[in-house]
Design a protein around this ligand. Structure first.
Ligand code: PGA
Length: 295
């Protein structure tokens, strides 16, 4: 595996910023604690042409150059458009590239698959693994997702591990246990708090215009945070937990203002440059103060 040389060429992940918190009812600042650096990631799925991708990237790079946001932004175009988007964003862009999937193998006879090394070489910082469209339409298990996430880590990519329950599982009262099991089985053993992102995307909310109640999102994200802390100890406080599923301009503020929601994984709305930029600005307004510290 030629992981080292490729990894060395990747830009470093931005440092986490500390926030000062007031302990409720005591009105005294407690120690500086770490907050996740928020992330808004756009997932184009199997959409986009060379022309639409080019104009999206030019629009976004122009705005990102004029307003530095206190959240990270990533875009996940289909693989044949990654290089075009990278070039249109430019070498100095703050918008990161994200693959939509990677193979669990290093390289070889795997027709149609894309390796983590290829994604790293084209300039990706992130890769989605375990998206429900792959878990459900391609029969991907959490064991496979874990192998893909491990390969991503080997090449210096940050896996965005996607999890979420179906409608039937939620109706049966199993949403929390299903998602906890998916995370436990999909997380590589040697994951650290700096090299993973979790995206909670209820399957029934993806592309449907339906979103869980705020209390349901909070309950799930609190449970995920608790699980990660149990597994990795306090350091897991800084792992970004994204919500995904029908996020758009209309509901981004309500969703991202929830505690333990550190950004969003945006599908359909990420194809519309203006709406996507608006969601990024909303995230910045909610999650970082004027000095760029996390709220
Ligand atoms: P959606 O997709 O925002 O179109 O619902 C989200 C996703 O699948 O990541």
């Amino acid at each position: 595996m030629e992981a080292v040389s490729i990894k060395a060429n990747l830009p470093a992940r931005p440092a986490y910023k500390a926030s000062k918190y007031i302990v409720p009812n005591q009105q005294v600042p407690c120690e500086m604690i770490q907050r996740p650096r928020p992330l808004v990631a756009g997932n184009w799925k199997m959409n986009g042409t060379r022309s639409s991708s080019h104009s999206w990237a030019k629009y976004m790079s122009r705005l990102a150059a004029t307003k530095v946001l206190g959240c990270d932004i990533a875009v996940s175009p289909p693989a044949p458009l990654l290089d075009l988007v990278a070039r249109a964003l430019g070498a100095t862009t703050t918008i990161a590239l994200c693959g939509q999937d990677c193979a669990p193998q290093d390289k070889g006879a795997h027709t149609g698959d894309i390796s983590a090394a290829m994604l790293a070489e084209v300039g990706c910082r992130y890769v989605l693994v375990g998206h429900s469209e792959r878990r459900n339409s391609h029969g991907e298990t959490s064991t496979l997702v874990k192998a893909k996430a491990s390969m991503a880590l080997a090449y210096g990519l940050i896996p965005i591990i996607c999890v979420g329950e179906t409608q039937a599982e939620r109706d049966a009262g199993r949403a929390i246990s299903v998602v906890r099991a998916q995370i436990s089985r999909s997380l590589p053993e040697r994951t650290t708090e700096l090299d993973v992102v979790i995206a909670y995307e209820p399957v029934w909310a993806i592309g449907t215009g339906r979103v869980p109640l705020p209390a349901e999102i909070c309950e799930m994200h609190d449970s995920i945070r608790e699980l990660l802390i149990r597994r990795m100890n306090k350091r897991a406080d800084v792992i970004p937990l994204l919500y995904g599923g029908s996020v758009g301009a209309m509901n981004a503020e309500e969703i991202m203002s929830l505690q333990n929601v550190d950004g969003a994984l945006v599908g359909g709305a990420s194809l519309k440059d203006e709406e996507f930029w608006g969601i990024c600005v909303t995230c910045d307004n909610l999650k970082s103060d004027s000095s760029g510290n996390m709220k």
